[in-house]
Design a protein around this ligand. Sequence first.
Ligand code: TRP
Length: 453
Amino acid sequence: MNTRILTGITTTGTPHLGNYAGAIRPAIVASRDAAADSFYFLADYHALIKCDDPLRIQRSRLEIAATWLACGLDAERVTFYRQSDIPEIPELTWLLTCVTAKGLLNRAHAYKASVDKNVESGEDPDAGVTMGLYSYPVLMAADILMFNAHKVPVGRDQIQHVEMARDIAQRFNHLFGQGRELFTLPEAVIEESVATLPGLDGRKMSKSYDNTIPLFGSAKQLKDAVARIVTDSRLPGEAKDPDSSHLYTLYQAFASGEQLAAFRAELLDGLAWGEAKQRLFQLLDAELGEARERYAQLIAKPAELEDILQAGAAKARRIATPFLGELRESVGLRSFRSQAQVAAPSKKKASKTARFASFREADGSFRFRFFGADGEELLLSRPLSNPQAIGALTQRLIAGGADALELREDEGTQFTLWLDEECVADSPSYADPDALDAAMLRVREAIATLAQS
Ligand code: TRP
């Protein structure tokens, strides 16, 4: 199977140049790898956690969808969809919620940050914290596990969430997998080489600093933004230091080696900042100009975008629907019809299955006998103080299965059953070693039939 790469884009805001260089461009390059199947989706359920303005939600989904396609994402090749078009995702979220420890979510950074802030300002710790924010990692786990992604490219702030998805997957596999890996354990991938762009003021480009360069504004908007990049006060003709200039860093993220060397030489040679900005604008415009036109066309035809995303959802659901069916089965949400079919024959078998029977001794202690399918008594336990202990013991024997049973021969006429270095049960006496061996085999077989049912 190809490596499955999956990542989600929260649909808040409008993509800027930093998003492009840091996430969109590398993801599109990665999606062309023939050895990978890529899943990219708009995490619009996640967007609802942070935003209660329907118009902004709608606008951002449209812009982000158009951005990815305009930048060259091939929707035929990858699976590109909106989270909210896949009803299996919230359904899986519930199945996962039921196995997720509350304590795990208490440790999530995003939630903890909100609590810390509240505590600092003397508020109730959970003031303003919704269940959406609190359960955010479970929804994200469902996004990832729904498609059994191997690799999840994310920013550093999301590593913890991918690790939580792993934890939740492991727990679910353990509880319901019956030895099978229902879910692939995902791994976060951090692209070390990817550029984190500085914004206009030199700090990391981010909407929260209001220092962004728009990705698909008009050419004029791009030019105006570049003009606002902060530089030092060196005059035209004075040598500029490229390495302390974030204008240079921005240039670097888009230039070829040759272009960069030429630009560097010009700066050292005293190129005016105004000229340098003109060079950067031209470079950006050359890289983004065509995509900007495609973007404008896409935005102008939202119905076509809708069709593309619907096709993507159908493609995703060809995987999600049958897989969720399997998961429902695994937790016991099964059709009564199939149960009726299964239950009838197994009832007949029930009268002929091996079984444990526990009972109370006259002295108040408890024991069990273990019978083979034909009713033969195979084992009698040592006394225990309460029926719960008997229950726990028999459960462990069944769960361990035939191979884990530790049977020890005793004097050639009897054998004993051991668990944790303690003798827990004795067999009846047998006439000779062959009969003893045969009886030990019958014990293993009888346990094996219970482990399967
Ligand atoms: N939480 C991610 C972010 O804010 C977006 C996201 C949602 C995501 N679901 C995902 C990323 C699944 C990777 C995989 O960046």
